[in-house]
Design a protein around this ligand. Structure first.
Ligand code: B12
Ligand code: SF4
Length: 446
């Protein structure tokens, strides 16, 4: 079977950037870079077949004047003549993933189109477009493999449990329970980054001359922040990789001196992290490490931060979310604002650069913006990010405020666009969020 796996492009919608003061524009995130780990894992599951992974994000970074998406996909499908086209879908890339399926079907209606990933897990029935044949929710490399085998053997696709298949009346779930798959533990599949060779020069963060890649040490998160899609994606579970499999992976990627841990919440089990960093130090693994770490971990366990710094940790992304305990409680963050301040001290003490992220609710007025600006100026970090508290579909926060949503265009669900009415006039709200990006210690962008 010929399987073409496509990573959709980024949504270009960014009202914070559009309305920000000129001086702030260069600091505002325009794009995140990194390999599509989900697609690479799916590719590994069917590696005995003829698999092509195409990263359109990498392609547009490599060649900004590449064909627009519809034409690019048409050209790819005509060139590779796949039997199956798979797309990975997060909310802001939903519309483009539908375009990928539509164009594939237009070129060849016999192609089987399959959607998977976070949005397919949380809202599988959103895929109402007739161009999507199959939706596979969850951690499903084994199911994708079964589907490919069924297609190859000419078996009815209904024989594959745990999937949704397009029928005349819409998507229908197949019989049988979806079998469990421990993507992080016993069922971890080694990924083959050579699929992405063409785009390696584009996987660079900030001013780093070296390419970076993602490695996950865990999946999911045990916390339950109201705005977060990750714990809902994993039903509140947290799965850890095995230490030796991580050491082997880190040693096997000399072409990537910078490694970002893709964990939602990197330090949950202190014993695990201690052991992992003992091994990183023992093996003299020399990488620049970037991770997401909660403020309360650094505030209450500075010793683990010290060890991780010795093992290569140079940049931490820390979700401060708010400067007010009342808001942090509302978000169920489980960590007070005082932890943010303490964490900044701990990270700085160990020479770690901090990207602190605040989320701005749609009802912030002038006084709130002024108070946040005052707080973040008094507690500066090298890089600070200020995004919009967005009701991502499938989250608790979405349930809480769904009556106030006025914009249902998924392209805008990337934390850079208000999708509800705002207390301040719409443009001014985004302009004030944009202006906050100027408050930081660093002179550069990360
Ligand atoms: C790596 C990553 C990226 C990478 C690669 C993503 C890509 N496809 O290109 C990059 C850096 C490009 C990226 C970008 C963005 N990301 Co991102 N990213 C992540 C991160 C850190 C890890 C995801 C991951 O690799 N998990 C591990 C893999 C193995 O799991 P998986 O992807 O779920 O894949 C499994 C299944 O879902 C399934 N599967 C996945 N794809 C497919 C496809 C098929 C066909 C099938 C059958 C199955 C299948 O099988 C896989 C193996 O079991 C998550 C946060 C997290 N820790 O989860 C955020 C996350 C996914 N990103 C998010 C967002 C919002 C973004 C941005 C929009 C951020 C922004 N504001 O700019 C940007 C998008 C583009 C941009 N504007 O720059 C959100 C999504 C929220 C939502 N509800 O949509 C998350 C959850 C972070 C968050 N804080 O909420 N991201
Ligand atoms: S925001 Fe972070 S800590 Fe909270 S649930 Fe999501 S991943 Fe976990």
């Amino acid at each position: 079977m010929k399987v073409l796996l496509i990573n959709p492009p980024r949504s270009p919608e960014n009202k914070i950037l559009k309305y920000a003061p000129e001086a702030a524009k260069r600091f505002i995130h325009k794009k995140l870079i990194g390999p599509p780990l989900g697609l690479l894992t799916i590719a590994s599951a069917v590696k005995d077949h003829d698999v092509i992974v195409f990263d359109t994000k990498g392609e547009y970074d490599l060649n900004p004047s590449a064909l627009p998406l519809g034409k690019l996909v048409k050209e790819l499908v005509e060139r590779y003549k796949p039997d199956v086209v798979g797309v990975t879908v997060i909310t802001s890339e939903f519309n483009d993933s539908i375009t990928i399926c539509r164009v594939s079907k237009e070129v060849d209606p016999t192609i089987l189109t399959v959607a998977g990933g976070l949005h397919a897990t949380l809202l599988p029935y959103d895929f109402t477009d007739p161009s999507v044949d199959v939706v596979i929710p969850g951690q499903c490399p084994h199911i994708f493999k079964e589907l490919i085998i069924a297609k190859e053997s000419g078996l009815a696709l209904d024989t594959v449990a745990g999937i949704l298949i397009r029928k005349a009346t819409g998507l229908e779930k197949t019989y049988g329970a979806m079998s469990t798959w421990d993507s992080a533990g016993n069922n971890y599949l080694k990924i083959d980054r050579s699929h992405l060779e063409r785009w390696i020069s584009t996987y660079k963060v900030g001013n780093s001359p070296d390419p970076s890649t993602y490695v996950f040490t865990s999946l999911g998160c045990p916390y339950k922040c109201t705005f977060c899609s990750i714990w809902t994606q994993f039903k509140g579970k947290y799965h850890q990789r095995q230490i030796e499999s991580l050491i082997e992976e880190l040693k096997s990627i000399p072409e990537y001196p910078v490694v970002r841990f893709a964990d939602a919440n990197t330090v949950v089990d202190l014993q695990f992290m201690n052991h992992l960093f003992d091994r990183i130090l023992e093996e003299k693994i020399d990488k620049t490490l970037v991770m997401d770490i909660r403020a309360d971990v650094a505030a209450h366990h500075p010793e683990i931060i010290e060890k991780m710094a010795r093992g290569g940790l140079k940049v931490v992304i820390c979700g401060f979310e708010s400067f007010r305990d009342k808001e942090l409680k509302q978000y169920k963050k489980g960590s007070p604002a005082a932890d943010n301040q303490k964490a900044i001290e701990v990270f700085h003490e160990h020479g770690i650069m901090v990207r602190g992220n605040y989320v701005i609710p749609f009802n912030y007025g002038e006084d709130d913006f002024n108070a946040l600006a005052e707080y973040s100026s008094a507690n500066p970090v090298v890089f600070a990010g200020y995004t919009i508290l967005t009701p991502m579909p499938g989250t608790v926060y979405h349930q809480q405020i769904k009556d106030q949503i006025i914009d249902n265009n998924y392209n805008n669900y990337n934390f850079f666009n208000a999708v509800t009415r705002t207390s301040l006039p719409y443009e001014e709200f985004h302009e004030r969020v944009g202006a906050l990006w100027l408050i930081k210690k660093g002179t550069d962008v990360i």
